[in-house]
Design a protein around this ligand. Sequence first.
Ligand code: AMP
Length: 514
Amino acid sequence: MSFADLGLSDKVLQAVTSAGYTEPTPIQAQAIPHVLARRDVLGIAQTGTGKTAAFTLPMLTMLENGRARARMPRTLILEPTRELAAQVVENFERYGTNHKLNVALIIGGVSFGDQDAKLMRGTDVLIATPGRLLDHFERGKLLLTGVELLVIDEADRMLDMGFIPDIERIVKMVPFTRQTLFFSATMPPEIERLADMFLHNPQRIEVARPASTASTIVQKLVAVGPEGHEKREVLRRLIRGEADLNNGIIFCNRKRDVALLQKSLASHGFNVAALHGDMDQRARTVALDGFRSGEVPLLVASDVAARGLDIPAVSHVFNFDVPHHPEDYVHRIGRTGRAGRAGHAFTLASRADERSLHAIEALIGQPIPWAEGDLASLPESAGEAEPRTRHRGKSGEGARRGRGSGEAARSEPRARRTPRAAPAAGVEAAEAIVAASQPKPAAAKPAAAKPAAPKPPPHPRGERSRDERPQDDRRPSPVRRRNEDEDGETPLGLGAHVPAFLLRPAVIKPRKDD
Ligand code: AMP
């Protein structure tokens, strides 16, 4: 099948040829004719399958007729993260070179002014994260009654991030007669329910999940003790030992560890940037641009921040932590070995990770070989399960950490740092400073030292965007499955921390009249 068989307009076909695509991917071949026939589509597909073009190309064709009115976008695309939203804009720019369409990007972390102006001009395609879209709506700058086509992308990620109530609100504001395209990598029951609610007699299209990892990726497990400094040392040794390392992404499970590891690597002379959900938009863009351009060859990232990002040609992926969810492993290592290129994926694993490793191997249907010794080769002391990294299931039954774990350090990423050597003592000192700047688990806090609540910055009432808050700072949702902090373990009550006053023996004095 060729693109010419799908019913796309000449302008779009020219742009596809200029992009160098010779044939449609399976999701494109299956979805595009239905989208052009104005049918609702339920696409079960991950990023990397070409799903963005599966909705972008037919939308461009359809938008060639008609024009936008002020404050009333004609089409709306909802994305869970700012980076994914920006990537969709790039797709419209790439495939829409022969069109004169107004495309607006409405995301948090940037000022309202320019966005207001774009909306006033009239938008053919509005690409937004849910929080900022609702902010504009509440400020009376946006009407959704003219939306003819709605795309809900990465629905399962929206669920993970607690966005579903926002999505439900937005869908209610869009005309019932709209066409809806709904994409999700997985279909848990909650997502099935939403698909039933939002879609009208949809065409269901499912493309193979990359549960099987690309055969071009050489995967290795590296046994480590559970201590952070030990893991960092092993990681440095691995990076230095890889002669063909061109660039690499290092994944951590927690945002605070992203910041800590980036600082540690930088102090050891590596040219490294960080990407996590607590960074402001400018810092995130700088980090990503630096990595994409090759200026900064190493990127320490969290899953949420890196999910779905289209970063071609990554030679190495390092899992500093074994991901709690096996599908995240597939996602992470899928950053390398793309388009038939060779890739390397190293995963640092301690004995506490055994359960997660089994789940990963079950999902990918193959054992992952150990680089050197396996877990049994670790010294006894290193083998003790480490409660901090232990995870016994989705509900986070593992050891609970204290409050404050979500408040990752807002440390400046050193995206443009040049390599330099640092004396070991300085490194440890730097790590100690970084560690000291991290919020401690509550159990480590002296009972008497009650932390002062951080003062919110002054904001004119009603002006503060949801998306301007740190990403894990969004209001909790009843359908929220997982904290966007990537910790996956939200402490219940006081968590593992028992305040000292509760441990003191109670002295009950007899009353005088007893
Ligand atoms: P996506 O799944 O939308 O994130 O796309 C993943 C990558 O595939 C992007 O880099 C696209 O530029 C690329 N791509 C999309 N469609 C095609 C195609 N038909 N042929 C080759 N590459 C494509």
